[in-house]
Design a protein around this ligand. Structure first.
Ligand SMILES: Nc1nc2c(ncn2[C@@H]2O[C@H](COP(=O)(O)OP(=O)(O)OP(=O)(O)O)[C@@H](O)[C@H]2O)c(=O)[nH]1
Length: 223
């Protein structure tokens, strides 16, 4: 069975397909990160003219998942994308280079654009600060960027596609895990909403909880 995004569902409680779009300014290492995740290798030179979707199988929380990763070419405008990454993706990997302040500002703009476009604060976004190996060329403060990304409700990871394969693996896995958790919550919610009796029962239970809490608060406030 497939949903509106063409995701396949796995019957035995496995993981449904996950779509990840990788976005960021030119030359920040989007393709390098994707190739590192898919093949474990760092080549050094990547074709930046193409927009492409790659698929791989991976394990998330012990479940086999198929992950589709969109490498977006920076020179393309929204209309030229074969698939619109904003609607296509379940989660976003936003990459900037620690050697390039402008690329970090581009990521901040992207976060705002995505939050507006998706109107869903739960859409998982991971900001990856790439090229951490170029310590002497660092132009962006890590603690500040990390704190600001967390304020915007984003996950954050410091990575080096060239020198630290584990950091890249961990960034993709963390994002996939978060997408999976959000998808599971969404599925549970839509299952509940399709069953009025269950929804009503949950609402009654919540009302009773609220009432008990109110009573308890009014009692403790008299002390
Ligand atoms: N030192 C270092 N160089 C990197 C790293 N990641 C990527 N690069 C280099 O940065 C350059 C750009 O990498 P790409 O992966 O092509 O960047 P991109 O974001 O896909 O670029 P566009 O497709 O043009 O938007 C290449 O020369 C890579 O070798 C890294 O972690 N460290």
């Amino acid at each position: 069975m497939a949903d509106d995004k063409g995701h396949k569902h796995v019957a035995n409680g496995g993981c449904r397909d996950i779509n990840i779009a990788v976005l960021g300014a030119k030359g920040v290492g989007k393709s390098a990160m994707i190739v590192r995740f898919l093949t474990g290798r760092f080549i050094g030179d990547y074709d930046s003219q193409m927009e492409a979707i790659f698929s791989t199988s991976t394990t998330v929380d012990g479940k086999h998942c198929t992950v589709h990763i969109m490498d977006t070419a920076t020179h393309l405008s929204g209309q030229e994308f074969k698939e619109d990454p904003v609607t296509w993706a379940d989660g976003f990997l936003l990459v900037f280079s620690l050697t390039d302040v402008k690329s970090y500002r581009a990521v901040q703009d992207l976060v705002e654009t995505l939050r507006r476009a998706r109107e869903d604060v739960r859409t998982p976004i991971l900001v990856a600060a790439n090229k951490s190996d170029l310590v002497h060329l660092r132009a962006v403060s890590l603690p500040d960027t990390e704190a600001s990304c967390q304020d915007q409700g984003c996950l954050f990871a410091e990575v080096s596609a060239s020198e630290d394969p584990d950091s890249v693996q961990s960034a993709f896995t963390t994002l996939c895990r978060t997408v999976r958790a959000v998808n599971k919550k969404r599925e549970k919610l839509s299952w509940t909403l399709q069953r009025p009796a269950v929804a009503a029962k949950l609402q009654i239970r919540q009302s009773l909880r609220n009432l008990a809490e109110k009573k308890w608060r009014s009692r403790t406030s008299t002390f």
